[in-house]
Design a protein around this ligand. Structure first.
Ligand SMILES: *[C@@H]1O[C@H](CO)[C@@H](O)[C@H](O)[C@H]1NC(C)=O
Ligand SMILES: *[C@@H]1O[C@H](CO)[C@@H](O)[C@H](O)[C@H]1NC(C)=O
Ligand SMILES: *[C@@H]1O[C@H](CO)[C@@H](O)[C@H](O)[C@H]1NC(C)=O
Ligand SMILES: *[C@@H]1O[C@H](CO)[C@@H](O)[C@H](O)[C@H]1NC(C)=O
Ligand SMILES: *[C@@H]1O[C@H](CO)[C@@H](O)[C@H](O)[C@H]1NC(C)=O
Ligand SMILES: *[C@@H]1O[C@H](CO)[C@@H](O)[C@H](O)[C@H]1NC(C)=O
Length: 534
């Protein structure tokens, strides 16, 4: 690991020492310096692909991408777009882009990926450049949500685990400094899901790269996560058609969760502020003797619901993954996502990255295979060290958030990690707060969406405000540059979630371990009627 990171430093240094050509002098126009950028001399492991000026308002459509990647975004600032092909070993490479806004704030930002992709986060780069960051994104070493390139190729797994990000950040910083003719002042990271895991990888092992890391819904404990994700399909197959709650019952299951737990935060608003307090009892939904209804459950179906909502333990009772939280849309999501085929991420990961066996049967992965994945853990992709000492010593900041209605990555996993870090470093929250803060976002699904005040500025399409009190990215800028740490994150609920704009209400999301409760007699749409309590 140390060897790899020093390689990045060496690479960055060699890039920096290259001569600046005349056409790159800062006095030439932005547009011409941009189109010349692809001709700049590069170290032998970097092949420039394109550089082009793109004015604000352009709808960028990128041809030739894997169909599982989003290929278009509307650019919101005048930018220079540079594409590079970077070789990472004799059998691995990644594609990266650097977007340089005309109106630069002297800040640098790297974006992350999602799922097991393989896709440049164009929307995140649009958002970052809109806010004046020079931004990078990479395809993380392979193309699309397809794991076949991991097969027999640890180098590609290393790129996916961390190297595409560490190297693209080093290269992106050097390109940025050279293009503008002055050094960036602060560097940031923004990512959700796999992007959240990548953020924690930087926090755990490469804390020198970024001054501020915003990491959401992290896919950390990666081997545990994909074991848990694969178990749903196995359960569905095992219980058979009559053990699976029918689609007509899904809404009734969610309604029953609310009936049992919505009041725990003092507000009947269809949103759980702290699902960890909810001990949902699906047996309440069992059909009355003789009754026939499409919304009640048989005992066997209630048992399946319990299994969907249970933590997963492995060989000899070892920890694999915490439970799915109630009201994360889990039953409907599980049945739409994990049936009838095994979840593609789990299938590809175990076949190509864990076992190197494209014929592996992933229908019945169990404790033995999970244990193998944990022990083998290629490229340390699990990303689960609770030791953030290096980050803390350097003075870098980490803002962690997770939507409590996330059906793809359990928010309980985030809470579990926060407490792991607290124990590992032997620090109470008052000390953790100085460098690491965790916010549970009620009413938020996976990285965006959900039933509540989920717009927190973690993405451009999930932003109601640039105010640091209501935007996790500008909150991080203020924390890093002014030393003012966020006490809460205000989320907005859009009237029409499909057309972000008009806000129905806002709500302050508390810093863990505080939880949100409505004051007696309060109204749930009044932001000031809520308080954070222990
Ligand atoms: C972009 O993606 C869409 C949807 O997958 C596809 O229909 C379209 O052909 C793609 N465009 C290009 C230029 O590849
Ligand atoms: C990037 O370079 C590698 C080898 O250096 C090559 O195999 C790959 O096709 C290139 N990718 C693109 C998009 O140019
Ligand atoms: C440039 O950025 C600054 C600071 O973000 C902003 O105040 C200004 O309006 C921007 N100018 C243009 C032309 O976009
Ligand atoms: C993944 O890529 C392989 C090899 O290119 C291809 O045969 C396969 O169909 C792809 N699978 C998916 C799910 O895209
Ligand atoms: C899979 O193949 C890679 C490259 O040959 C190797 O490093 C790794 O140890 C293999 N994994 C297993 C489980 O055999
Ligand atoms: C489980 O526990 C038994 C008895 O202590 C031990 O022999 C075995 O190695 C353990 N299995 C694993 C995979 O840790």
């Amino acid at each position: 690991m140390a060897l790899k990171s020093s390689f990045c430093v060496a690479l960055a240094a060699s890039y920096f020492s290259l001569p600046v050509t005349a056409s790159q002098s800062p006095s030439a126009s932005f547009e011409s310096r941009c189109s010349d950028l692809k001709h700049a001399p590069q170290p032998s492991n970097i092949t420039p692909l394109y550089s082009e000026y793109i004015p604000a308002g352009t709808n960028l459509v990128v041809p030739g991408l894997d169909p599982s990647c989003f290929n278009s975004t509307t650019i919101l600032a005048d930018i220079c777009r540079l594409g590079l092909n970077v070789t990472t070993s004799d059998r691995s490479d990644f594609i990266m882009e650097v977007w340089l806004p005309r109106n630069w704030t002297r800040r640098f930002l790297s974006t992350g990926n999602g799922g097991i992709n393989g896709c440049i986060g164009y929307d995140d780069m649009t958002y970052a450049t809109q806010l004046g960051f020079a931004a990078t994104g990479s395809n993380n070493g392979h193309s699309g949500q397809n794991g076949t390139r991991f097969l027999n190729n640890l180098e590609v797994v290393i790129d996916y685990s961390y190297r595409s990000l560490t190297m693209s950040a080093a290269i992106g910083k050097q390109v940025t400094d050279k293009f503008y003719g002055k050094a960036h002042q602060k560097s940031y990271y923004l990512g959700c899901s796999t992007g959240g895991r990548q953020g924690f990888k930087m926090a755990q092992e490469f804390p020198d790269i970024f001054d501020g890391i915003v990491a959401g819904a992290p896919a950390f404990n990666f081997q545990g996560l994909l074991s848990w994700s694969g178990l749903f399909h196995t359960i569905i197959k095992e219980v058979g058609p009559d053990g699976v709650p029918p689609q007509s019952s899904w809404a009734a299951i969610d309604a029953e969760i609310l009936a049992q737990c919505d009041h725990l935060d003092g507000a009947i608003d269809g949103i759980l502020e702290d699902p960890s307090l909810c001990n949902f009892r699906p047996e309440a939904l069992i059909c009355r003797s003789g009754a026939k209804s499409s919304t009640c459950l048989t005992g066997k179906q209630a048992d399946t619901v319990r299994r969907f909502l249970s933590p997963v333990n492995g060989v000899n009772g070892t920890f694999v993954y915490p439970r799915a939280e109630p009201f994360s849309g889990i039953v409907g999501s599980v049945l739409s996502i994990y049936a009838p085929e095994q979840f593609q991420y789990t299938d590809h990961w175990f076949k190509y990255a864990v076992y190197n066996d494209s014929n592996l049967n992933t229908e019945n992965l169990g404790p033995e295979q999970w244990d193998y994945a944990f022990k083998h853990d290629p490229a340390n992709v699990r990303t689960y060290s609770g030791d953030l000492t290096k980050l803390r010593k350097r003075g870098a900041k980490l803002l962690h958030y997770h939507g409590l209605e996330d059906p793809l990555i359990s928010s309980a996993s985030s809470t579990y990690y926060y407490n792991l870090a607290s124990r590992t470093m032997s620090l109470p929250s008052a000390d953790m707060d100085k460098f690491y803060r965790y916010f549970r976002i009620s009413g938020m699904s996976h990285c965006l969406g959900g039933t509540g005040a989920s717009a927190i500025g973690n993405r451009g399409d999930n932003m109601a405000s640039r105010d640091p009190k209501a935007n996790v990215l500008t909150a991080m800028i203020r924390w890093v540059e002014e030393g003012l740490a966020p006490e809460f994150v205000t989320g907005a609920k859009f009237k029409d979630p499909k057309a972000p704009g008009e806000v129905e209400y806002t709500r302050r999301h508390c810093k863990y371990p505080l939880r949100n409760v409505l004051k007696a007699g309060g109204k749930y749409t009044n932001v000031d009627d809520w308080q954070c309590v222990l």
